[in-house]
Design a binder for this molecule. Structure first.
Ligand code: ADP
Ligand code: MG
Length: 345
């Protein structure tokens, strides 16, 4: 190492990944896709490929055990990985689970964590097939790898969007972020005065979206039933804006998305307004929705139109037209990702 020192904050998470991995060109013939999508794609036969993805959750960074029950944490750690397999239009089959744990945790705590993992394995129909266990100096870390399978012809990459394709988001957005705001607010109130009970009334939906997100494996099944293979897809983990930018960058295209089309649940909007936040900003820049964002050809649009789980939010344009968010007054604003930068406060 030289004397030079570059702060990670300058690169951001995605800049850092690019920087560290750019010289790793893939050379093994079975590696169909390496770094740069929701999961790696590995050929196993003429028609089929395995999908591999890893996500790590750290106490204090990704979860706070003051309001995150360990059972939910176990479930969520599996769900976020299943979500990345779904984003490739694949079916998850196995997971490995690695934990680093300090002696602050008794056996009962880890049993709770594994109860959540167990429930998720049952719900998503996957097997726990291994992992690793080690001690940590402080706190809890969980790293899960999920393995999935897909027919090669059905695999959907971030890079396949074409001009005039329709952009579709599943479910509704911004709820998990608002759930986190409510939980954080009540944590502050509790810290200030532990005699005051948390007031979570009326916030069940958004809190559940934060604590118990569900991967959209149902959408992968719907798409199959509808006989639609999206042209591109990504899961919405860092906020809609960041994911749209990933798709457009990978596909070398531009896009227009429309403010009034973005699906936001009424409870999310109401809570956002209570917090003096713009609901659409929460959908664009909040995180952890674990919905899917995909593009379909115009010719396939009739098959998904009107589906209650799928909302068209815009369309793909030529790269030279740029990436734009069109607000309620019809003004086009350039899309920027605030998303999460893990290296900034
Ligand atoms: P996602 O949000 O879908 O989980 P990430 O943004 O975490 O995806 O990662 C984007 C891509 O970079 C993925 O292909 C992932 O495997 C890869 N990646 C992330 N961190 C590293 C790393 N430290 N070394 C190599 N590849 C990485
Ligand atoms: Mg992803």
């Amino acid at each position: 190492m030289s004397e030079k020192r570059t702060e990670l904050e300058k690169l951001g998470e995605f800049g850092l990944i690019d920087h560290l991995t750019k010289k790793f060109k893939t050379s093994v013939p079975t590696t169909l896709k390496g770094v740069g999508d929701d999961a790696a794609v590995i050929s196993i036969s003429d028609n089929e490929a395995l999908l591999v993805t890893t996500d790590m959750l750290l106490e204090g960074v990704h979860f706070n055990l003051m309001y995150m029950p360990l059972k939910h944490l176990g479930y969520k750690a599996v769900a976020v990985n299943v979500s990345d397999i779904c984003a490739m239009n694949g079916t998850p089959e196995q997971i490995t689970v690695s934990i680093a744990v300090s002696n602050r945790f008794p056996l009962e705590a880890l049993e709770e964590l594994y109860e959540g993992i167990y429930t998720a394995c049952n719900n998503y129909n996957i097997d726990l097939v291994g992992g690793d266990t080690t001690s940590s100096l402080s706190g809890l870390t969980i790293s899960i790898t999920a393995i999935g399978r897909a027919e090669k012809k059905n695999i959907v990459y971030r890079s396949g969007a074409k001009e005039n394709d329709i952009l579709i988001a599943t479910g509704d957005l911004g709820a998990a972020y608002m759930g986190l705001q409510v939980l954080e607010r009540e944590k502050e109130v509790y810290n200030a005065n532990p005699n005051i009970q948390p007031d979570l009334d009326g916030h069940d939906y958004i809190i559940e979206r934060q604590l118990k997100p569900e991967a959209r494996l149902d959408i992968v099944r719907f798409l199959k039933e509808l006989d639609v293979v999206p042209t591109s897809m990504i899961d919405i983990s860092d906020g809609l804006a960041s994911e749209i930018i990933h798709i457009c960058k990978a596909s070398n295209v531009g896009c227009h998305i429309y403010d009034e089309k973005i699906p936001i649940d009424a409870k999310t909007s109401m809570t956002a307004l209570d917090f003096n936040l713009d609901p659409v900003t929460c959908a664009l820049n909040g995180g952890e929705d674990y919905e899917l964002l995909f593009t379909v050809k115009q010719a396939d649009f009739d098959k998904v139109k009107g589906n209650p789980h799928m909302t068209p939010i815009g369309h793909i344009t030529d790269k030279n037209e740029g990436l734009y968010f069109v607000d309620k007054n019809g003004s086009a604003i350039e899309l920027r990702a605030q998303g999460w930068n893990h290296f900034k406060d």
